[in-house]
Design a protein around this ligand. Structure first.
Ligand code: URA
Ligand code: SF4
Length: 200
C-alpha cells in the first residue's frame, strides 16, 4: 500500500492538499482527525520537512502550529530565514498516536508509513522545486537521504542531490526535550544559519 494511487497527476498544491484528505495509503488516516498537508508559498526557495503532525496540528490541520512550531518560528527569524521563503511540510501527513486516558501520545511513524506517504512529499517537491530541502530530524532525513543517514554525524552539511541541495538538522521537538535546552537551541540555530548562508 502507498499513497501513489491517490495522487492526481500534474496537480497544483491546492488540489494535492484536497486529495491528501482522501488518502488511504496506509492505516494512519483511520484514527487521525485529518491529513495535515504542507503549507507555504508554491514558489518557496526552501522546503522544510518535519516528521508528522502532532496533537495540535492534527486538530488545526496545519503543520508546525504547536510548541515545536513556535520554537522553529523563533529560530527561523533569528537565522534570517523569512517565512515567505519556506514551504513547511512533514514526511508523514497523518498523526500517529496512542491513546492514554484522555491524552494522545505521539508515536514515531514506522518504515511502512514513511514509505507509503513519500509520494506526497515527492509531489510537493515536484511542484515547489526548492533550491534547498531542510530535513528536521531523522525521519525526514532518512526519507530524503536514505536509511543510512545519521543526523548526529551529518547535521548542517549541505549535500547536492539530483534536483536540489539538501541538509538535515535535529527536530525542534528534540531541542524542546533536550536536558540542555539552551545549548541544543544554539546548535539548531547554528545549523539553520549555515543553511541560510549556503543559499546566498
Ligand atoms: N512536529 C512535526 O514534525 N511536524 C509538525 O507539523 C509538528 C510537530
Ligand atoms: Fe496517506 Fe500518508 Fe495519511 Fe498514510 S499517512 S493515509 S500515506 S496521507
Amino acid at each position: 500500500m502507498t499513497a501513489s494511487e491517490y495522487i492526481p497527476d500534474g496537480a497544483d498544491l491546492e488540489t494535492l492538499r484536497k486529495a491528501a484528505g482522501e488518502c488511504r495509503g496506509c492505516d494512519l488516516y483511520r484514527h487521525a482527525t485529518q491529513a495535515v498537508f504542507g503549507a507555504g508559498p508554491g514558489d518557496a526557495r526552501v522546503v522544510m520537512i518535519g516528521e508528522q503532525p502532532g496533537d495540535r496540528e492534527d486538530v488545526v490541520g496545519q503543520p508546525f502550529v504547536g510548541p515545536a512550531g513556535r520554537l522553529l518560528n523563533r529560530a527561523l527569524a533569528e537565522a534570517a530565514i523569512d517565512r515567505s521563503m519556506v514551504y513547511l511540510t512533514n514526511a508523514v501527513k497523518h498523526f500517529k498516536f496512542e491513546e492514554r486516558g484522555k491524552r494522545r501520545i505521539h508515536q514515531q511513524p514506522g518504515r511502512t508509513e514513511i514509505v507509503a506517504c513519500r509520494p506526497w512529499l515527492e509531489a510537493e517537491l515536484a511542484v515547489v522545486r526548492p533550491e534547498l530541502v531542510v530535513c528536521l530530524g531523522a525521519v525526514a532525513a532518512r526519507s530524503i537521504f536514505g536509511p543510512s543517514f545519521r543526523v548526529t554525524r551529518q547535521r548542517g552539511e549541505v549535500i547536492a542531490l539530483e534536483d536540489y541541495r539538501a541538509a538535515a538538522t535535529v527536530h525542534p521537538s528534540a531541542v524542546l526535550r533536550a536536558p540542555d535546552r539552551d545549548g541544543a537551541y544554539a546548535e539548531f540555530l547554528g545549523d539553520l544559519r549555515a543553511m541560510r548562508t549556503a543559499m546566498d
